[in-house]
Structure formats: structure tokens, C-alpha cells
Write a protein that binds this ligand. Sequence first.
Ligand SMILES: Cc1ncc(COP(=O)(O)O)c(C=O)c1O
Length: 386
Amino acid sequence: MDDSSKNTAHSLSDLETPALVLDQNRMAQNVDRMRASLARFDVAFRPHVKTSKSIQVTRSTLGQASGPITVSTLKEAEYFSASGFTDILYAVGIVPGKFDHVIRLRRQGVKLTVILDSLEMAQALCGKARQENTRFDVMIEIDSDGHRSGVVPDSPQLLDIGRCLVAGGQYLAGVVTHAGNSYNCRSIPAIRQMAQQERDAAVGCADRLRAAGIACPTVSIGSTPTAMFADNLDGVSEVRAGVFVFGDLVMAGLGVCRQQDIALSVLTTVIGHQKEKGWIITDAGWMAMSRDRGTSKQAVDQGYGLICGLDGELLPDMLVVDANQEHGVIAHRFGDPAQTPALPIGTMLRILPNHACATGAQHSRYHVVNRNSSDIVEIWERFRGW
Ligand SMILES: Cc1ncc(COP(=O)(O)O)c(C=O)c1O
């Protein structure tokens, strides 16, 4: 791939498309909003860096270089620790095939904490620690909303796992949960309720462990919607959130941000038309946008994304209605060809994504701009893979 224009262009209009654009003013506002939300409580903030996979984005989020951060892959742990982030929670269930990698990172001085949700894995971890004459920092994953993995809050397994880890000489750092089901809420009151449920599940598990004589120093919760709308975080020590940093159409559909807060977009070029259908064809298909159709479950379906001009201002009711691998099809929301604006071949547009994490993952770098400007002020690398 020839990336030369992507490294040397001074303006978005000089870029070969598709390309990823980051509005740093919007991002800074999103970070401020999250910080203001969390400042209502006595909690630490441990941002999830899987959204950006970028050192620069994370530095601007945290304002400090050593963490704490959350990662979703050990590659993220490698990459961030090499840049000085040393307090890292790897928040995907650990498996034996990754034990050696974790030990390697810890021996390099990374305070890497792993999570697990079964007695089987706790036993395997203790066995490995014995064999390697080492110790792991571990959190027990709690399923606070039935959406994914984790020990259900009232399960007897919780205490069995806790006892096994302590008896095996591991450091039980605490409990961790993520209310991912908040993405399926239909109203702000429902998100508030989900936040309470997330908090209650995690704090309740910590209390059960403590009542059984097992120390549980940290209670870690978080998703962007619940972090934004929580009313009560009593007993919670830290909050994790990821997608807040960019915002996206799923978050806007939930009322967690506004469409004009979305900091990430995909730059594309008009490559043709089907005038009788009111279609505009672009060079940003699902390879550039991702296959994520998260808004299809919401009250307003935003297709594969909403369309903005090069200045980042929305073109009302224009969206990517269909996507092939490298082709995007833009049309008016209500399908009336007369409503489609005349956008000649070569016109450059920006598309707001459904899911910033998924769209970002399709690209290798951010072209950083200031609000309403096409000048590229910086290029920030992001990494991919495992
Ligand atoms: C374990 C964990 N914590 C925190 C988050 C952050 O959630 P969000 O991107 O909604 O802020 C995620 C996201 O998937 C996650 O898996």
C-alpha cells in the first residue's frame, strides 16, 4: 500500500482516501465531559485504550504517562508499557496460553493485572505461579448484566475462586465488571438503572468476599453510558471507559453524546452516481467503516454512518445506506432522489461512524485536525492486531 500521501499531506483535501480523521477539539471536550462526570465521585479513572490504540490519544486523556489504563489485548499491554504506561489491567479473561506473556511483561516491571471468572482458571494460574516461582495480580470478573462473561453475583463460585487464589499465593486485587448491556438501553433512566445494577453487583461481590475474610481492595466498574449517567458509586474504587473519547453514532443514539461531539470520521471521495436512484457512490465501504451496524437496533438506524462535509458539518439526513468492501452508497434517509444534494465526482466527505472502536480498527493512523478546519496538524499512529 502506498501511504505516502497519508504521511505527508498538509490538508485533508490532499489525502488519498479513505483515511481516518480525528477532531482533537471534540476529543478534548469528550474527555472533559467524562472527567466532569467522574469528578462527582471519589473514584479513580482507568481509561480503556482499546478504542484509540494510540499513545497520543491516551496521553491527552490521562495527562500522565504511567497509567492506570485498561487494555483488551496483550499487544496493547506491550505497546503501552513500551511507552511508559506501567499500571495495566488486561480486561479479557486470561487463558493458560497467555501466562508466559503475562509473566514476561511483569518481569519487565509492568504492574499487569489479569482477570478470570472460573475456579478452573484460578487453579491453572496458581499452578503456573508455583511452577515459575512467581505471583500474579488477579481480579475476579463479575457478570453484572447477563451480557457476557463473569461470575454471576450470587454464585458460590465467587468465594471458591477467591479462596483458591489467596491459598495459592496470588494477589487478589479485587472485582471487575463491565455493563456492556448499557448499549441496549432505550432511555437515560434505563442507563441510570443499569449503572446502579453494575455498581450493586460489583460492590455486593466485594462485600461477600470481605465477609468471608478475603481481602478485596479494588472494585472496578464501567462502560461509557454507565460512567456518564451513574448516580451512585458508593464502594466503587475505579471506573473504566473507552469509547467516550471519540463518541460515535451508537453513543449519540443513546443520548450519551451529541452527533456534533463525535470526534472520529472517515474521509472519503465521491467516485460516481446512480442519479435516478439518488445514490452517491464513494470509496469508503465496510473496509473503511467496519461492518458494525450498531444503530440498527436503535430507534433511528444510521446505516453505515452519517455524512458531513469536509469541514465536519453534517449534511442533514444523508447517510451511507449500503456498503460493499470498498464502495459506500450514500442516499437521503427517506430515499427521495430529489433530496440528494449535487456532489460531483471528486467531492470529499467525512462519515461519522456507528462504533468508533470498530471503525478505528480498520485504519493505521489518525489525521488530526482542529474543529471545522481541513489542516492536518498532526499524524498519530495507531496499531492493529494481536
Ligand atoms: C472490560 C471492559 N471495560 C470497559 C470497557 C469500556 O466500555 P466503553 O467503550 O463503553 O466505555 C469495555 C468495552 O468493551 C470492556 O470490555
